[in-house]
Design a protein around this ligand. Structure first.
Ligand code: B12
Ligand code: SF4
Length: 390
């Protein structure tokens, strides 16, 4: 079976390593039921809009990752694929199919959409395709997919995988990322222990309050692989790096320090994580941050979102403005770079809130970071005011 995996991002060039396809190919090639003769990768940012025609022609399954803003590119790619290969099973995944599967199926009823993580689903789809059973009754059994079944979309419940069973992702785009000085990615966990923030999609993707970890040894090995490929500053993709498990974070810090001493990880290796402010306010969390700092932690992203009490409550953040202030102060105090998420406007923002925002941002000396506090609104597929290019 020939599999072609395509990463589609929007037309804004951002050299961020797309890790998802490497996770899929790693799962596919390790699935003993499958006979895979060719696995190819294509990323529109690296290779241009269309994969080589021979790869399209010979593919049995074409998996396309549709990132935010890439749906117009998918439309063009689909037309192009079908001119060359009318038979390949087209499977789509990532953020747009996870949330916008209804619109996708309306326009492309023969496509299979994978919601949330894709490893289990792509392996099942490849297996039933290999067994030539690709029919609605076989698709009923595949967790986490949405497909057109007669006149309506059938949406199968999501099943999450056991991360401990996963091997390391393939990294087909890593050398391009290194060449461009882009950002390499690493996973330490999936999901968020809190999962309640009103604007956040994490619970839909990974289940409510569900945080799963990769083992410390797995993460250290990933860092070793990245280090040996010349990467010095990877970003953890984790939305909730700690998952409230501070002892694990301290063990990870010790393991990284030990691997650096042995020369297995380059001494200059540093990294970026995202954390809840509440974790840094917690003394045990702050202790873990200090250990990670010694292991090379360089920057921490904290989604503080607002300095307005009512808004933080409305967003259901696990933080007050004081929690956020303390977290940012604590991070700066130990020399860490800080990045923030901020949502100044929501439909209930009052005019008088704006001066509270401005005072808060000035107090934290974040008022110079315009790109952090003011961004274009990007409406997701499935929301009422959506337009087709969202
Ligand atoms: C890296 C990243 C970026 C990078 C680039 C994206 C990339 N290269 O993938 C950058 C910095 C550019 C970015 C930008 C933005 N991002 Co971003 N980003 C991430 C982040 C932190 C990591 C992605 C990642 O590597 N994950 C790990 C890999 C293994 O998972 P994955 O990519 O999701 O792949 C899995 C599945 O999606 C699926 N899958 C993926 N592709 C395919 C293909 C097929 C065929 C199949 C079957 C399955 C499948 O299987 C994979 C393995 O399980 C995620 C958070 C997260 N933890 O996922 C947010 C996230 C995806 N981003 C998000 C947002 C909101 C944005 C922005 C809109 C932020 C902003 N306001 O500017 C912009 C949009 C950019 C744009 N295009 O306009 C949100 C999406 C919200 C949503 N609706 O789901 C997320 C989930 C963060 C969050 N919790 O809010 N982002
Ligand atoms: S803490 Fe972050 S990842 Fe968790 S629910 Fe809130 S915004 Fe989402």
């Amino acid at each position: 079976m020939n599999i072609l995996l395509v990463e589609l991002c929007g037309n804004r060039p951002e050299f961020n390593e797309p890790l998802g396809l490497g996770c899929l190919s790693s799962a596919l090639t390790r699935d003993k039921r499958l006979v895979i003769t060719d696995m190819s990768f294509h990323w529109n940012l690296e290779h241009g809009p269309y994969p080589p025609s021979d790869k399209i022609r010979e593919a049995h399954i074409i998996g396309v990752s549709i990132q935010i803003r890439a749906f117009p590119n998918f439309r063009e790619l689909y037309e192009h694929i079908r001119k060359i290969n009318s038979k390949a099973l087209i499977v789509v995944g990532n953020v747009v199919p996870t949330f916008g599967y209804e619109q996708i199926l309306q326009e492309f009823p023969e496509v299979v959409c994978v919601r949330s993580e894709g490893e289990l689903a792509i392996c099942e789809l490849a297996f039933i395709h290999q067994s030539r059973q690709i029919a609605p009754n076989a698709l009923h059994q595949v967790a986490g997919i949405a497909f057109q079944n007669g006149d309506s979309a059938q949406v199968n419940p999501i099943k999450l995988s056991n991360l401990k069973e996963y091997s390391h992702p393939d990294r087909p785009f890593l050398s391009f990322i290194r060449e461009k000085g882009g950002i390499a990615r690493i996973e330490g966990s999936r999901g968020c222990h809190w999962g309640r923030c009103e604007f956040c999609s994490v619970a839909e993707r990974f289940g409510f309050s569900n945080w799963r970890q990769f083992e410390v040894a797995h993460i250290v090995e990933e860092l070793r692989i990245l280090s040996s490929n010349g990467i010095r500053s990877p970003y953890f993709t984790d939305e909730d790096f700690f998952g409230r498990n501070y002892e694990r974070a301290i063990s990870l810090a010790h393991a990284i320090i030990a691997a650096k001493k042995l020369g297995e990880i380059h001494a200059d290796m540093n990294f970026f994580i995202s954390s809840l402010a509440a974790d840094i306010k917690d003394d045990r969390g702050y202790e873990a941050v200090r250990h990670l700092r010694a292991a090379g932690l360089r920057e921490v992203f904290v989604g503080i979102e607002s300095g307005v009490k009512d808004q933080l409550k409305r967003f259901q953040k696990k933080a007050t403005a004081d929690t956020n202030t303390l977290a940012l102060e604590r991070l700066s105090a130990i020399g860490l770079q800080v990045d923030i998420g901020y949502i100044m406007f929501d439909p209930f923002t009052k005019f008088e809130d704006l001066s509270i925002h401005i005072d808060y941002l000035r107090k934290l000396t974040l008022d110079g970071c315009h790109s952090r506090v003011i961004k274009g609104l990007r409406i997701q597929p499935g929301l009422p005011p959506v337009n087709e290019d969202a």
